[in-house]
Design a protein around this ligand. Structure first.
Ligand SMILES: [Zn+2]
Length: 160
């Protein structure tokens, strides 16, 4: 287990909790210190907004991506934060990858999740409404609701 800290990346200063990760055999750095959102990306919270950590990592090591370009994982592991596994591609590349991997999923139509922190908290604290109903209400898969409620995702939001 290695530790390192990121502070003052690019033109914004971020102070995030220490990032810890495990190194896997294939070289992936699996982040263990931060929680994951419903799509499985490791996220950090800044001023109440969440962003995937790999974006900060990419900027820190490789600079700001060009406009319109997206950061992609070569290893297809969303928890991976190894800068060597992060490359720049187009949105089309991403879509093509997803289709190729059989994951052109519902809920990913707009690329980003629909759950906000407030929504996550409401879902987590709502013990009366059925998961099916909550899923319908937020336009997400029932699994997304289940994972929030059992604390598999978004724990950094719900455990406060
Ligand atoms: Zn990786």
């Amino acid at each position: 287990m290695q530790d390192f800290e990121i502070q003052g990346i690019g033109d914004f200063i971020i102070k995030m909790k220490e990032i810890k990760f495990k190194v896997k055999k294939n070289g992936c750095h699996i982040c263990t210190s931060h929680c994951v959102d419903e799509e499985g990306y490791v996220i950090c919270t800044k001023k109440g907004k969440t962003s995937p950590i790999y974006r900060f990592i990419y900027r820190f090591y490789k600079g700001e991506p060009k406009k319109g370009m997206v950061i992609r994982h070569t290893c297809d592991n969303r928890k991976c934060i190894n800068p060597e596994h992060l490359i720049i591609g187009t949105h089309q590349d991403n879509v093509r990858d997803r289709v190729a991997r059989g994951r052109s999923a519902k809920g990913l139509k707009n690329g980003r999740s629909k759950m906000t922190r407030q929504a996550v908290l409401k879902v987590y604290n709502d013990k009366k409404t059925s998961r099916t109903e909550l899923a319908r209400r937020y336009g997400v898969d029932r699994q997304v609701i289940r994972k929030i409620q059992i604390g598999e995702t978004w724990r950094c939001v719900t455990s406060i």
